[in-house]
Design a protein around this ligand. Structure first.
Ligand code: SAH
Length: 355
């Protein structure tokens, strides 16, 4: 006898058009897609029994054949100094992922992950040091928001950044599907205007994202304007050069009318010289943009080896000098002072031991 275990359909993470198609495929009216969309994404419901505008028969059928819960809440921790809150969630296959809420005066930003680990091996990043395990599904990406919203209060979250573990544009279709949910006019949560996707620079996917029609904001992890330096600290630059990425970003800006954010970690004697200021000023004069300067967060807790072990933060007074010189040239610069390093929740510190 064949012992066939029927694979359940993953509804969580489907944008509205896919949900509609699913319901039509099981002989239900199309509008069921919108109803289930509402329950899952707006009312944060994870149990079919709560979907009281569906018949009992349909609810049973759905719970037998589909999945709408992709993550479990495991733990959370709050930084006493800044109020930054780190969540640990677990996937159905028992992988752990982390998401972080960064509270600022006018906004509360949720930082979500798109992969478990990361294949990019950026020399300054803890997630890179831990290696790559798998892509998250669109459901697992979106569920980080839903679980954080449930805990923190949906109305308290104002912004989302795709800046946690992983490279969103190397998990393109799941990232796009999660964005489509935020973009849908049925969604009552955070709108696309308040969402930023951060990329290390996967040029062809930046073009695809521009062509997708989703006018999400993009941040490019720049970290150096020089190809050789950038390749040293971000090996992905060897595959997709800075030049290719800047061309793609120019296309993105033109097509979407958005302004680009350049992220720039300050690494002592690597990217903090006068030449770097000149090159940054030149780049910013060509593209509607702003720079987020990020003080380098230590990777000491990861015991880094090789080049990573040599990286040091630029001292604070030199960061201030760097920023002042850029501002003097009419460049918009924000400094993202470290949030949550006491709970290893700061940028580039997200790394759950998965082995
Ligand atoms: N792969 C994406 C998103 C993850 S990284 C990307 O590269 O953009 C999110 C941001 O954190 C990036 O700007 C990254 O460069 C920064 N970051 C990584 N490690 C860091 C560290 N040790 N200190 C400060 N910022 C870091």
């Amino acid at each position: 006898m064949i012992n066939a275990v029927k694979k359940k359909v993953l509804l969580k993470g489907m944008p509205l058009d896919e949900l509609n198609d699913y319901f039509v495929s099981i002989g239900e009216p199309k509008f069921r897609g919108g109803q289930v969309f509402n329950w899952m994404y707006n009312h944060l419901v994870t149990d079919f029994t709560e979907m009281n505008n569906l018949s009992k028969e349909l609810r049973n059928k759905l719970s037998d054949n589909t999945i709408i819960k992709t993550l479990d809440y495991v733990d959370s921790e709050v930084s006493e100094s800044t109020g930054t809150k780190k969540f640990v969630f677990e996937t159905n296959e028992h992988n752990k992922i982390e998401s972080v809420i960064i509270p600022e005066e006018n906004r509360k930003t949720l930082c979500i992950s798109t992969q478990i680990g990361c294949p990019l091996d950026c020399k300054f990043c803890a997630t890179g040091l831990m290696g790559y395990k798998k892509n998250l599904s669109a459901g697992e990406i979106f569920d980080q928001y839903l679980l954080a919203a449930k805990d923190y209060g949906k109305d308290n979250l104002t912004n989302i950044v795709y800046m946690g573990m992983g490279e969103p544009l190397l998990n393109y279709s799941a990232t796009i599907n999660s964005l489509k949910i935020f973009a849908d006019e049925l969604t009552t949560g955070i709108s696309l205007r308040k969402i930023t996707v951060s990329t290390a620079g996967i040029a062809p996917k930046i073009i695809d994202l521009a062509d997708s029609g989703l006018k999400v904001k993009i941040a490019l992890s720049l970290h150096s304007c020089f190809e050789d330096t950038r390749s040293k600290i971000m090996p992905i630059n060897i595959k997709y050069s800075l030049k290719q990425n800047i061309d793609a970003i120019k296309y993105y800006v033109k097509k979407t009318g958005t302004r680009i954010t350049f992220e720039y970690i300050m690494l002592k004697d690597i990217n903090d010289r006068q030449d770097d200021i000149n090159a940054l000023a030149r780049l910013c004069s060509e593209i509607p943009s702003k720079i987020n300067v990020i003080p380098f967060n230590s990777l000491k807790h990861m015991n880094p080896e090789g080049f990573s072990a040599l990286l040091e933060p630029t001292p604070k007074h030199r960061i201030e000098d760097f920023v002042t010189k850029l501002r003097d040239r009419n460049i918009t610069v924000n400094v993202r002072y470290t949030q949550g390093d006491d709970i290893a929740a700061a940028c580039g510190q997200l790394a759950v031991k998965f082995i």
